[in-house]
Design a protein. Sequence first.
Length: 143
Amino acid sequence: MTASPEPLPHKEIGVAVIYNEQGLILIDRRLAGGSFGGLWEFPGGKVEAGETVPDCIRREILEELGIPIVVWEHLLTLGHTYSSFQITLHVYLCLHQIGEPQALQCQEMRWVSLEEIDQFQFPEANSQIITALKTRNKPCLEP
């Protein structure tokens, strides 16, 4: 009798699609040494125990980019399985408030339009986020 395989580790991730006043979206490039190193992403991170997704997103953006944001509207939740782990991405539209984003935990970052976004290479799970952004009406910039 063979043992059933160990379930893959699962991570709950809060993801921010941050718009500025010009309607551009902030993306950042992952550090070269980590998983998906060098790929672009929408910033965010792991939801900690007892933390809501919006609280996670606000904390992560402050830690990663050094700016406060308004977590505005839920865009979608999606699951994805990679070879060594599973993730659930909780994606929220967010608004940049004040301050200049800083590359505190990433290689670089850029403000891009939806028309430009396909020029950047993202991890596979992010394709569904980009599709969702392209198929919805452009958000108003007021929370």
